[in-house]
Design a protein around this ligand. Structure first.
Ligand code: NAP
Length: 253
């Protein structure tokens, strides 16, 4: 059993994809738990990051960076700007359901190579690029967490209704990246818990057009962020290479 992380005591956190939605909620809720933690928050589209930029401009501990997460050079420069500080918590929130207003596909007739490729780039490929560039910033001495927001629909075991081809498959691929990263981090003796977390249905830019028929609870971005942080803290004591839901239950891969 790992001692895990205590969010009240961590010193350095990185939130990739903090411009709006759950990522912005994570910055605000982490800050509410621990006002001394240095938070490095990235965003891509400045036209949607107004609230983050306004929020961070008043706080010395929150620093923002404009980073396109599918550009590896930009990810590398971002981590270099941490100047060797060890990361206690990293969360990647980057994800999309649509590409140029196409997707999610209901049927095979909606499949096309351009949408598939672009959705996989955003949902699957960003995490291993971040892991590659951030690996040396995780400690062998103290506990830390590397987490990516996945989705329940990426669970192969849970897929009973089909549809949403590129989103489902790209999140399933993301889960395999997470499991594989967890094995490599362990091999390097990093005391880092590598997690995929499903945030639960949350009202954001990504989900807003798909909430009409939802029968279960829909969280606000800040409620969702609280659930995720709670789950991360609890599961960091359980090990690494885990796929968790917002309430800390384990999801079938
Ligand atoms: N909301 C839900 O109900 C729900 C449910 C299950 C899982 N999730 C997962 O939770 C995560 C956060 O989503 P959210 O609900 O907070 O949605 P959101 O507000 O739309 O945030 C999505 C994030 O992904 C980035 N992004 C989107 N398209 C991108 C692209 N083409 N290139 C680079 N970055 C891109 C956005 O950055 P920019 O706007 O700056 O580009 C933003 O930071 C996602 O991984 C999503 O799959 C959400």
């Amino acid at each position: 059993m790992s001692p895990g992380i205590n969010l009240k005591n961590i010193k350095v956190a990185v939130i990739v994809g903090a411009g709006h939605g759950i990522g912005l909620g994570l910055v605000q809720e982490l800050r509410a738990i621990n006002s001394k933690c240095r938070i490095y928050a990235t965003y891509r589209d400045s036209s949607r990051a107004g609230e983050l930029l306004d929020y961070s401009s008043k706080l010395e501990e929150v620093t923002t960076f404009n980073v396109d997460p599918i550009n590896e050079n930009q990810i590398e420069s971002f981590f270099e700007s941490l100047k060797g500080q060890k990361i206690d918590l990293l969360i990647n929130t980057v994800g999309t359901l649509v590409f140029e207003n196409k997707g999610p596909e209901k049927s095979l007739r909606d499949i096309n190579i351009e949408t598939l490729t672009n959705i996989f780039k955003v949902n699957s490929f960003v995490t291993p690029l971040i892991a590659k560039q951030s690996k040396k910033y995780f400690s062998k001495e103290s506990s830390s967490v590397f987490c990516t927001l996945s989705a329940m629909v990426g669970s192969i075991g849970d897929n009973k209704i089909g549809g949403w081809y590129s989103y489902r498959a790209s999140k399933a691929a993301l889960n395999m990246f997470i499991k594989t990263i967890s094995i490599e981090f362990k091999r390097y003796n990093l005391r880092c818990s590598v997690l995929a977390v499903h945030p639960g249905t949350t009202k954001t830019e990504l989900s807003k057009d798909f909430l009409k028929n939802v029968k279960h609870k829909v969280w606000t971005a800040n409620e969702s962020a609280q659930n995720i942080l709670d789950t991360i803290e609890k599961s960091s004591t359980e090990g690494t290479g885990l796929f968790k839901s917002w309430d800390n239950t384990t999801i079938a891969w």
